[in-house]
Design a protein around this ligand. Sequence first.
Ligand SMILES: Nc1ncnc2c1ncn2[C@@H]1O[C@H](COP(=O)(O)OP(=O)(O)OP(=O)(O)O)[C@@H](O)[C@H]1O
Ligand SMILES: [Mg+2]
Length: 287
Amino acid sequence: MTGGGRQSGARARLGGQSSVDPKTEDKSAPCPSSSGLVVEVSGVSTRFAGNLVHDDVSLAVGRGEILCLVGGSGSGKTTLLREIVGLLAPARGEVRLFGRPVLDPDPRARVGTRRRFGMLFQQGALFSAFDVFDNIAFPLRELRLLDEDLIHDLVHIKLAMVELEARHARLMPAELSGGMVKRVALARALSLEPELLVLDEPTAGLDPDLADSFVRLIGSLQKQLGFTVLMVTHDLDTLAGLATRVAVLAERRIIADGPPDEVIEVDHPFIRSFFCSEHARAAMRRK
Ligand SMILES: Nc1ncnc2c1ncn2[C@@H]1O[C@H](COP(=O)(O)OP(=O)(O)OP(=O)(O)O)[C@@H](O)[C@H]1O
Ligand SMILES: [Mg+2]
């Protein structure tokens, strides 16, 4: 259960030989990870001035998994996600996405990797000066490959996917409810049809009904589209509703990693207090 198998899988991949000739390889082209792992975090340490946030963190996510990362406030969950998507370089260790270093020195390879995942930040983070349509269209326009008619159609498909209506397309972010902001941010994260969706506290700030319906939406899109999910959450209902695996970040490292019903049995003070209520334990066992 500890995830040791997956982690050693990640290490084996790091030591493995590539069958691709580096001289002829198109670094911007999608390439499947030979290990089948979508995310490989290997021996990552992170330090901000005197503050050691991660100490030798390893974590791997396989294709089609929904991995929920939990941990106390300030334990370094968002920082780890930022390292995983290449927004921050760890002090030590490496992150690979789809079998390639996320911080590949080749800018074409980095762009190729960037197009294969979508990210929903902790605050929803829409561009406040853009309306709903232009927010969702942003990654499509960045490609510089699609004409405006096609972008129009694609934006409306994404709006429908997140259960918003065409009439919402011209609203500004300030005119949206909290739940709508999350849906637009999700539509934007899905605009390039990513293989990996990275979510940081997707239900934070939503009331329980809205949170429930947003979790159901993510679950049903994941079933339809088959993408891999890496999600930070502290919300037990979200965990119980979605997670195929749970990893726990505490004391600067991953202290438990496995199926939800096994992780809740791990004897550690953080895990005991996080999953303390009978309601929580019953919900996790139903998974
Ligand atoms: N850019 C930064 N510069 C300095 N310190 C930082 C920076 N980003 C994060 N930290 C510190 O790293 C630690 C982990 O922060 P992080 O935001 O990753 O925690 P978290 O687990 O996501 O917390 P929360 O559950 O509250 O969102 C905190 O001590 C934070 O102050
Ligand atoms: Mg955070």
